[in-house]
Design a binder for this molecule. Structure first.
Ligand code: SAM
Length: 369
């Protein structure tokens, strides 16, 4: 008999039968014997593969991570609070450390810390709202602007330098060459190297100088008759008085470079120092020496007293003075008082001495030294 070929569908059915999945596994006799007397739970059909979804949920596993995190957080907070309480209760170990005479010159530290400066102060400044104060002061700058102790240029992005801007020139000065370099790089990142630029005010001049603002403030960048004869319309300094061994001399030098012929000329300061609570100052005094060694800044100075002393000597008037953060953040707006205006105006039209010597000679002329 000729072999009748099986139709294809029969063959595949047979094949399927041989590869069919095994029947559900039956519990053993022993298990059946001890099984409680209730309806059998339907066994789920076996599947081709087992995924993690199929595993029964582990009630501890899902909570283990949050528990570990919460425990770590609680331990950290506990440790931090204990340390804080210990620090707050410590008596002042060296009460004289707030005096200038007991504070070493640490201004050279910035040359080493310049590269890490932004990342070190960035988070705390954002949390404390310091950036909005920087913005507020930089936005007030107009005309020929000097930024003293400019550091890495943390105010750089806030100046009104656009096509309709009120700033005519920007001069950045810092004692640390590395700081000035970083400040310049920041300018290039923000505004490019092209001058003039369509995004910047026409005729805007920008300069970066290494040197001390106590002894070497450059002349205002004007040509012609006014060259060497006029001061800056705005002088901005942020967090600079903490970093120099001669904060009063520094302020006097700034006053000597303010345009006394302009009634709107201002010195704007954003500084940090002693607070208005006894416990805050105790903490600052106890930590001051170590902080100064590492960061190059004495954060326990009485900024109000320094500004007052300098203003009195230089003939400056305090237009506004306010404090924040338990009194540790200080904002000042200063202008030339009547005496400085009179003395300054009588000097108008005279050639100013060369820039390196000018701070000293102006200072001695005004009877400050
Ligand atoms: C705490 S940093 C502040 C930098 C920047 N103004 C800011 O707000 O981030 C202090 C800066 O003051 C500079 N400095 C200290 N004494 C100076 C002086 N006599 N003349 C110019 N810069 C000075 C330091 O080099 C440093 O860059």
């Amino acid at each position: 008999m000729p072999r009748v070929p099986r139709p294809h569908h029969v063959a595949s059915t047979a094949q399927r039968a041989t590869t069919r999945p095994p029947p559900p596994i039956q519990p053993s006799i022993q298990q059946q014997h001890f099984k409680p007397n209730r309806a059998p739970t339907p066994t789920p059909p076996l599947q081709d593969s087992i995924t993690t979804k199929d595993a029964p949920p582990n009630p501890y596993k899902s909570r283990a991570l949050p528990w570990a995190f919460a425990t770590l957080l609680a331990a950290g907070l506990g440790f931090y609070t204990t340390r804080l309480v210990i620090e707050l209760r410590k008596p002042c170990i060296n009460p004289e450390i707030s005096l200038l005479t007991h504070q070493r010159d640490v201004s050279a530290r910035y040359e080493d810390t310049a590269d890490a400066f932004d990342s070190e102060v960035g988070i705390s400044e954002t949390l404390m709202g310091i950036n909005s104060l920087r913005k507020e002061l930089a936005r007030k700058c107009q005309g020929h602007v000097l930024e003293a102790s400019c550091g890495t240029g943390r105010n750089l992005g806030y100046f009104d330098v656009g096509p309709q801007g009120r700033v005519e020139s920007l001069t950045f000065v810092d004692l640390s060459p590395r700081m000035v370099e970083l400040c310049m790089k920041k300018w290039v990142i923000l505004h490019g190297t092209e001058m003039p630029s369509a995004n910047l005010k026409r005729g805007l001049k920008v300069r970066f100088r290494k040197g001390s603002v106590i002894s070497s403030i450059p002349d205002v960048p004007v040509e012609g008759e006014e060259e060497g004869k006029r001061g800056y319309d705005t002088i901005l300094q942020t967090m600079g008085l903490c970093s120099t061994p001669e904060p009063v001399e520094l302020l006097r030098s700034l006053a000597a470079h303010l345009d006394t012929g302009n009634p709107d000329a201002r010195i704007l300061l954003l500084e940090h120092g002693r607070g208005d609570r006894e416990w805050v100052n105790r903490v600052l005094d106890n930590a001051a020496e170590k902080h100064a060694e590492i960061h190059g800044c004495w954060f326990n100075r009485d900024i109000g007293a320094l500004v007052e002393e300098a203003a009195k000597g230089a003939g400056l008037e305090v237009v506004e003075g306010r404090r924040r953060h338990f009194g540790t953040t200080w904002v000042f707006e200063l202008k030339a008082g009547e005496r400085l205006r009179r003395e300054g105006n009588s000097k108008q039209g005279e050639q100013r001495p060369n820039e390196v010597k000018e701070a000293t000679s102006w200072a001695s002329w005004l009877g400050w030294k």
